[in-house]
Design a protein around this ligand. Structure first.
Ligand code: FAD
Length: 516
């Protein structure tokens, strides 16, 4: 395998020669600077999942969007279109989605970060940020806070790139209120599969705009995004309440998402064991005095925790403690099992970083992550939970199971993200994230393989019986992808042939095969 490190337009052409010549040659690392080529391609074959390791032939470290446009236009205009290309953000995918076996990986984090904040002028104006596709959300947060602003919709973890999460959806506890991150984009700048640099929005080149949002990197590479901002609160009241009954837990979650004028964030998780209680509480600075009985191995008992938050800025005319008291009076959590803390807005959004640092200290961050995320129709959430609990052993489960409601009308059905088709009259649907870790010291190759097999058959059953759809998921074949897209498949395939007719982009997803 040949590797090359690139950083200028001239080098884009050398890279093409290197990757595509029948007489492949290896450029000396020294010709391209002091960086270690092997390390570069090694990183491009790794992701957070640590399950799939596809090595590319080359890595492009673009210094400008023109480098990316040149690469794609050269590939697309010639017989070189057999070479595939993947954009790689922060590499936090699970199943090699940003990898390109024997192709070229474009490292988006190499693009110099550009960020311009526009603060609302006048009563009716809007605030937004123009930011490069390779920027991390934590960088967006830090910069916009300098202006007293922040994006409205987040992911739980902020060390992900703007282009990476917009290629999926980008969800968190604010999604019920503002929709996923893809619903909060005003404009995009894209390099299409043919290497054209296009600006698009809901009114300009709108088909490309809708395709790319949630488009799994199939239609173009996001080089810039215009994201809506709102006034940022200084502080947040962060509350946790515990339940021993699933129906009561989900009813209360649905009650909270029905109060978007008061509540700013709603999530929740299953408390499976002591470990899940403590690990999910690393970032929560309150003292949780919940010491439940988890039953026995034969007869385990699980609990549920709702997490919600209220921002303080919107409540100038009200006392935030009174608001939280009013809300919690309407809830049915276990007696006296409600805990609340006041934290800065920044610390609240950074909460998963605390967990990351703790796991890193224990050597438990760079492990296998056979994660499974699914969107579940409300009508099937109890059945889904029962199926899930039959398929895991609470005693041995390492990780977290998130469950929280989302509202369909906050999603734009013309964007590429796929939601459950059944139960579409229900406004509410759920996202369930089975965020499992497998330490290679205790789970060898065989054990990981079994875990993944088990997970695949669980996801298939949940799809077939309940109509659940994977989010951030992996499908074993293009045929499975068709079934995943369901009635949306025709539109997705048409868009692919319009914006990436040579099937160059996004090979790591395995949705299409490059016909050349
Ligand atoms: P990568 O993994 O590098 O890429 C993902 C996909 O996007 C690939 O197909 C890639 O080719 C494509 N892509 C990347 N950049 C671009 C670009 N500029 N233009 C076009 N395509 C591009 N997700 C949520 O929604 N909510 C969460 O709360 C959440 N929490 C997470 C917590 C952790 C600890 C981790 C590891 C992941 C979490 N995720 C969450 C998942 C995360 O949003 C996705 O894995 C996302 O793809 C990661 O972004 P990335 O920059 O690492 O993208």
């Amino acid at each position: 395998m040949e590797f090359i490190f690139l950083c200028s337009r001239v080098n884009v052409l050398i890279l093409l020669l290197t990757v595509c010549s029948p007489y492949k040659f290896i450029q000396s690392p020294m010709e391209f600077g002091p960086l270690n080529l092997l390390q570069t391609t090694h990183e491009a074959s790794l992701d957070f999942g640590r399950i799939v390791f596809n090595t590319p032939s080359a890595v492009l470290k673009p210094q400008s969007k023109t480098d990316i446009a040149l690469l794609l236009s050269s590939l697309s205009a010639s017989s070189l279109s057999r070479v595939t290309v993947s954009a790689r953000g922060a590499g936090h995918s699970i199943h090699g989605q940003a990898q390109a076996l024997d192709g070229i990986v474009v490292e988006m984090e190499s693009l110099p970060v550009e960020m311009e904040i526009h603060k609302r002028e006048g009563k009716d104006g809007i605030s937004f940020v123009d930011v490069s596709g390779g920027a991390l959300w934590i960088e967006v947060l830090k910069e916009s806070l300098k202006f007293g602003l922040a994006p409205r919709s987040w992911t739980d973890y902020l060390y992900l790139t703007v282009g990476g999460t917009l290629s999926n959806a980008g969800i968190s506890g604010q999604t019920f209120k503002f929709g996923p991150q893809i619903s909060n984009v005003l404009q995009l700048e894209i390099v299409t599969g043919q290497g054209e640099l296009v600006t698009c929005s809901r009114t300009e080149n709108s088909e490309l705009f809708y395709s790319v949002l949630g488009g799994l990197g199939q239609f173009g590479i996001i080089t810039k995004a215009r994201i809506l901002l709102q006034d940022a609160p200084e502080k947040v009241k962060w509350i946790r309440a515990f339940y021993d009954d699933f129906d009561t837990f989900t009813k209360d979650q649905e009650l909270l998402v029905s109060m978007p004028d008061l509540v700013d964030y709603v999530e929740g998780f299953i408390v499976l064991n002591e470990q899940s209680l403590h690990s999910s509480s690393v970032g929560f600075p309150g003292n949780i005095g919940f010491t439940p009985d988890f039953g026995t191995r034969e007869k385990p008992k699980v609990y549920y925790c709702i997490e919600f938050a209220v921002h303080d800025y919107q409540l100038e005319h009200m006392n935030i403690d009174e608001v939280v008291r009013d809300i919690s009076r309407q809830m049915s959590y276990m007696q006296s099992q409600l805990y609340s803390v006041d934290v800065s807005y920044f610390d609240f959004l950074e909460r998963v970083r605390m967990e990351e640092l703790s796991l890193r200290r224990q050597g438990l961050w760079d492990v296998h992550h056979p994660w499974l995320n699914m969107f579940v129709p409300k009508s099937g959430i109890v059945e889904f939970k029962d199926l899930l609990m039959e398929s895991i052993s609470p005693d041995d489960f390492m990780g977290l199971i998130l469950i929280y409601p989302l509202l369909r009308d906050k999603w734009d059905g013309n964007m590429s993200a796929v939601l459950p088709e059944v139960g579409s009259t229900d406004q509410v649907m759920y996202v369930v994230g089975v965020l499992q870790s497998a330490n290679p010291d205790t789970c060898n190759h065989r054990c990981l393989h079994d875990l993944l097999q088990h997970q695949r058959s669980f996801a298939q059953t949940a799809h077939d019986q309940i109509g659940a759809k994977q989010y951030l998921g992996h499908q074993p074949s293009p045929l499975h992808w068709r079934s995943h897209f369901g009635r949306r498949w025709g539109q997705f395939a048409r868009r692919k042939s319009q914006f990436d007719p040579n099937y160059i982009l996004g090979p790591g997803q395995g949705i299409f095969t490059n016909p050349h």
